[in-house]
Design a protein. Sequence first.
Length: 343
Amino acid sequence: MIDILNQNFFKYSGRILKKDNAAILGYTNSQVEFYVKATKETAVITACIDTKNNGEENEARLKIFLDNKEQEETLLVLHEESKEYRLADLNDEAVHKITLIKITEAGMSYAKLISIHIEGGELIPLPVQTDNRLKIEFIGDSITCGYGVYGDPDSEYHIRDEDGMKTYAAYAAKELNLNARYTAVSGFGIYTKYDGDREGILPKVYPYTNYFVDEEALYDFKDFIPDIFVINLGTNDSGHLLNKEVQEGFLHNYVTFLKFLKSYAPDSTILCICGTLCTNAFSFIETAVAEARANGLDKLYTYELPFHNVELDGMASGHPSLLTHQKDGERLVGKLREILNLS
């Protein structure tokens, strides 16, 4: 059996925590791809995947793609802490690509890939490919996670309503053919969590590969140096921004975070956006970006998204609807084309 961490056979995307001879998919849209071929009349591909039971409402979900086509009837929902899941059946001698994408967020669950089994077939080494696409990282909260996209307007929390592949961010990345990663946590802010908890902030967990699984494993930033960052934070802070202390803390943390991003990606372009679910955070973001520019940081931009139009576009679980995500994705595409001089 070929080791799941063998880079000649398995290509990972996203912040993948590698420990215990396994690959842990955590953050939104983290994925693995590999190639298989049947050696008998029928080949059956399965994956042994572990997880942690964090309640039925938080179970990890993964989409399966066969040759880039979504297998809609086989969405993986990790009900059990350890199970072997059937991914695909092959009935020809062609080489096929299989991709697993975790569409739910790191803060609620993980998918720990232990092994891939092929009955009646074999793994094929990855083709030699060069990826020259621009690299982009989306940093955000539940909006960037895609929470609520499948929910009713006021439905109660359940992770089944989340799909990171249906967000404004995924839309923009696909439209512009960008090599994208997503680091987002529902409820988190720059200075405070939605409920006022000062520990629930993105800058705290950002230096770690997957803080929710391992609070000590630091992320190797050389693994993926973005050409572009899109930061969509401030919504969860917004309910506390009448407090002078929060205002000052927000500005300090935002500027510090921009400095940190520039410290490992000095040539990057950073676009700071907000507005879909709040109207009072953007002015503070503009102030923070102005201060960062005054401190010598360059290629910083801001863009205020319009507050979502619930009457016209609907709402999903108290969050932006699919239609709102699509419209914000189109807006973001336009802005990125402008600042990056893309055709």
